[in-house]
Design a binder for this molecule. Structure first.
Ligand SMILES: *[C@@H]1O[C@H](CO)[C@@H](O)[C@H](O)[C@H]1NC(C)=O
Length: 392
């Protein structure tokens, strides 16, 4: 008896002092149901709370099957002890088919103030179609939820995640530092409203790699206050392309700087590489952007700076001196086909002309012929431009 007790405590001491044992919480053991019908939200919260309270790095495991998350869920990290939490998903998290359940929440699955969180694998199915139909019918409908939102967080990895049919944006990265999204796949129909793929706001050090995004809105949209972004090997289409903007809605607005977008393919998108800014008074800006190695397949506006952005064409602001300063944007090795004659359009503003705009090795064709370009209030240079007439 005595010996046994000693042995047990020795083992425990050894375990706590020397083990880096990773603890795993399987949501099914905590009550989640893989039938897609019973709400599993509480089981997911239990798993998160245990992982978060664990002194060791923790894994949350979601086996195959469909798990209903019947209302908006938040994984908060403020009180977490664990230094790292990994969520390994083999299954699908599914939203209710009735859109009101999450339609008025801003975000369906939200991470708030977390650090060192990895989400690996899995599918998020927001079942957005009934809400899009409501919006198309002109009835009054909820705005819709972003499927996955990461807010005020650091050191995030999103790996091989699939997001289907979001009500609104698929993934939102908001005020985060150091996030890496790789092998992400996003699918929604070309006519689904506001289903942006990945939307970035006020974040720094975000990397997006090897991803495929088909949506009804922007493939990746880069809002105010983002810097040090690296986007590489992304295929977009259908959708509205990769956009910096819209910017300049606010007078006081942080700028966008140091953005690299390389090795992208656009298939039948409305835009390829776009910068869009409102013609309003703003101290917002865009500076130091490199667009490199891009392939366009039948894209309506392969390269566009629209400093008179006003999508509804109603009550458009138009103060000649206002706008967002756009400078040092390089387009290098951009090739393929344009669906319109004007493949390169720089529509800048008199009060704040675009400058340092460079075209290098740009080769865009419209119906087998050199495409055209148009320039207003833009300064820069062109070299190695073939296959189209540069206005720079
Ligand atoms: C620009 O961003 C990249 C990451 O995308 C980073 O490695 C680099 O240090 C940044 N450059 C500056 C001047 O901040």
């Amino acid at each position: 008896m005595f010996t046994k007790r000693i042995t047990t405590s020795v083992v425990l001491v050894l375990f706590f002092q020397y083990s880096s044992a990773i603890v795993t919480y399987n949501v099914v053991n905590l009550g989640a149901k893989a039938d897609g019908r019973l709400d599993s939200k509480n089981a997911f919260l239990k798993a998160w709370n245990s992982a978060c309270a664990s002194a060791n790095p923790a894994i949350i495991y979601v086996p195959t099957g469909r798990y209903l998350i019947a209302s908006a869920i938040t994984f908060g990290g403020q009180a977490c002890k664990s230094k790292a939490i990994t969520i390994n998903i083999d299954g699908t998290l599914v939203a209710p088919s009735s859109y009101n359940a999450i339609g008025n929440a801003q975000v369906w699955i939200k991470f708030y103030r977390v650090n060192h969180v990895t989400i690996s694998g899995g599918t998020l199915d927001a079942q957005g179609a009934p809400l899009w139909a409501c919006k198309a019918s002109g009835k009054s409908c909820p705005q819709g939820a972003t499927t996955l939102g990461i807010y005020h967080s650091q050191n995030i990895v999103i790996n091989r995640l699939r997001s289907l049919n979001s009500q609104m944006f698929h993934i939102m990265i908001y005020a985060c530092n150091n996030a890496r999204l790789q092998g992400v796949s996003i699918v929604a129909p070309g006519l689904s409203p506001n289903t942006d793929g990945i939307h970035l706001i006020s974040s720094t050090g975000v990397t997006i790699l090897n991803s495929k995004i088909a949506t009804g809105d922007d493939c990746i949209s880069i809002g105010p206050g983002n810097s040090n972004l690296w986007i590489e090997t992304v295929v977009c289409g259908p959708g509205h392309g990769i956009s910096i903007g819209s910017l300049g809605w606010q007078l006081q607005e942080p700028g966008v700087q140091n953005v690299t977008v390389k090795s992208t393919t656009f298939m039948g998108t409305q835009n390829g590489l776009r910068i869009k800014t409102w013609a309003r008074h703003s101290n917002g800006f865009v500076n130091n952007v490199v667009f490199q190695h891009s392939s366009m397949v039948n894209v309506q506006n392969p390269i566009i700076i629209d400093a008179n952005y006003c999508p509804n064409k109603q009550n458009c602001p138009n103060d000649l001196l206002s706008g967002v300063k756009i400078s040092n944007v390089v387009y290098e090795d951009i090739h393929g086909t344009s669906a319109k004659q004007v493949a390169v359009k720089f529509d800048c503003r008199k009060g704040k002309p675009c400058n340092g705009i460079k075209l290098k090795d740009v080769n865009l064709k419209y119906m087998g012929r050199p495409a055209a370009s148009s320039c207003s209030y833009v300064g820069g240079s062109a070299s190695g431009v073939v296959g189209f007439m540069s206005c720079l």
